[in-house]
Design a protein around this ligand. Structure first.
Ligand code: PEP
Length: 253
């Protein structure tokens, strides 16, 4: 019913030569079959060249962040329209590193989500709890606050053209992965939260898992009922590692 999306968040890594090799490797190794798509999210300076290199292939390109503003005096920011202009299809909003290190609030993330959609870019909304929040039993409360900020401003119908990524903060870049059951529980909760407002939108929205996903654990996660792909950091920086997850997605279909 829902296709898989396997998305690589390169974060602040790479250079022209390494990126060209990485994209060439991914493009050459896209698994046969259907029911999944691949996405890479390079740093801003490399977006246009990766878009050009990926053109005509099954690999889409997205950004890692975007301004909530359309244009104007916002030094250092990148407008959603600019991403569309150079051929980006997606943008990650509300990654936990941006929430924690750059003070992005849920309200600002919601504004970025809406600004991206207004420019025709599909936002990938990241939500997730810290270890302290999980241990305090507040995982669902935290996720609800992050989701509700977007639901309250953009409305549930906006999720017809959006992706959600559940990324437990304690699993990002730590090597600790949520078990398939832990991830499935939260994915089901997220889908249920949307279903309170629209069963149809909830059934169609892709919910990705992110947090130390790799070839070895991908199949267990991707065969869960409410997990529709992955947002991958570390394992997206080598073509063979990223393709191992892509292959798991192709086989899970
Ligand atoms: C991420 O930063 O979105 C992520 C999931 O990173 P990693 O795969 O390295 O945990």
């Amino acid at each position: 019913m829902r296709d898989f999306l396997v998305a690589g968040n390169w974060k602040m890594n790479g250079n022209s030569t390494a990126n060209a090799e990485l994209v060439a490797g991914i493009v050459a190794g896209v698994p046969e079959g259907s029911g999944f798509s691949l996405l890479v999210c390079p740093p801003f300076p490399y977006l246009a060249s990766v878009v050009a290199q990926a053109q005509g292939s099954a690999v889409k390109v997205g950004a890692q962040n975007v301004s909530e503003h359309e244009s104007g005096a916002f030094t250092g920011e990148v407008a959603p329209g600019m991403l569309g202009d150079i051929g980006c299809d997606y943008v990650i909003v509300g990654h936990s590193e941006r929430r924690a290190m750059y003070g992005e609030t849920s309200a600002q993330v919601a504004a970025k989500f809406q600004a991206a959609q207004a420019a025709g870019i599909t936002p990938i909304l990241c939500v997730g709890e810290t270890l302290a929040e999980r241990e305090a039993g507040t995982t669902e409360m935290v996720i609800d606050e992050q989701l509700d900020a977007v639901l309250g401003t953009a409305g549930v119908d906006a999720f017809a053209t959006a992706v959600i990524a559940y990324e437990p903060v304690w699993a990002i870049g730590t090597g600790m992965t949520a078990t398939p059951e832990q991830a499935q529980d939260v994915h089901a909760h997220i889908r249920g939260r949307l279903a309170e407002q629209s069963a149809g939108i909830a059934a169609g929205v892709q919910i990705l898992y992110g947090g130390s996903m790799k070839g070895e654990n991908a199949a267990g996660l991707l065969t869960q009922r409410d997990i529709d792909g992955g947002l991958i950091g570390g394992a997206s920086l080598k073509a063979e590692d990223f393709l191992a997850i892509a292959n798991a997605a192709a086989q899970a279909k």
